[in-house]
Write a protein that binds this ligand. Sequence first.
Ligand code: SAH
Ligand code: SF4
Length: 365
Amino acid sequence: MTETAKQINLFDLNRDDLVAWFASIGEPRFRAEQLMKWIYHEGVTDFDVMTNLSKSLRAKLTELASCSVPKTLSHQSSTDGTKKWLVELETGNCIETVFIPEEDRGTLCISSQVGCILDCSFCATGKQGFNRNLTTAEIVSQVWIAHHALGGGKSGERRLTNIVFMGMGEPLYNFKNVMKAIDVLLDDLGFGLSKRRVTLSTSGVVPNLYDMAEQKDVALAVSLHAPNDPLRDVLVPLNQRYPIADLMEACRYYLQKQGARFRVTWEYVMIDDVNDSPELARELGRLLKSIPSKINLIPFNPFPGSNYQTSSKDKIDLFRDILIREFGIMTVTRKTRGDDIAAACGQLAGQVQDKVNRTIYNVAS
Ligand code: SAH
Ligand code: SF4
């Protein structure tokens, strides 16, 4: 079905929006619920197949609405089981979505923007530039595509158990659409994921972190990468605007809102001779000791054009051991997955067309 200007894409709506929209066309609440079951549980986007809706309602929906999912251009599988989908958006840009199966879980890494407005010095997405925010429908569609490609749990076994906003883009800079997409991920009539299994990863957009604390209680990952401002200013330029002390305060607030049981996952990319010394491990330990934390050490994934090297295994092991033994902070080294299909952290570049000049956001000023 081709979408006309008047049609609304129902993937853009969370349950409340959908109920309101059905009310606006004179339909009761349970119609919205039936529709969500078709879309998210059954994987059906064709109104004609939704047989528990009357013929006249189906005709009305066909006229006024669509359930439009972007086209999957390609689908690759890595030797380690990782899968990557290249999804073409209507504007001709492409985004990538990655599924990482592990023994006890299946994690989908989704994108929130086409490219990224920020320019972290070690990130391929950042180097691609920025085009635009994804719509709620485009965010939700990534999950829909993967969920149903993976069997949609119909066999009784759920392969997609966790979602992480760790693909392209800074999710807190696409706040409204990401929050709405999270509603659908958590909704029983949507993907029904538990809050602990949805993780938003941010480079530290402090004001928006406070806003999220008021609205959502999904798991929080923060891309720290350095324990002090001079080094973080270089690796994560956003730090020049929101320094570490402010970021820590916002994280504490977020945890406090969530309740005592939760902790922040700190991501720390290990770059040879840049941020991987034992002294920096100790500085990191001192910084994080006082806040409930888990640290993920991510070996730097090289990409064409980057001058950084990955830290050696010995250096990563020493860094990890210092954090565990001297500070008692749970620290794990993340396995590199899917690097043969360029699906590892920071290798997602998609295809960003019509880049917007970053200075309009001027994040460092
Ligand atoms: N913009 C958000 C989420 C997307 S990036 C953020 O920065 O948190 C997801 C994770 O991949 C971040 O922790 C990021 O620092 C990490 N990453 C980016 N480039 C990388 C690279 N080349 N090697 C390893 N990890 C990288
Ligand atoms: Fe953007 Fe995250 Fe990459 Fe930084 S690490 S450029 S915030 S996607």
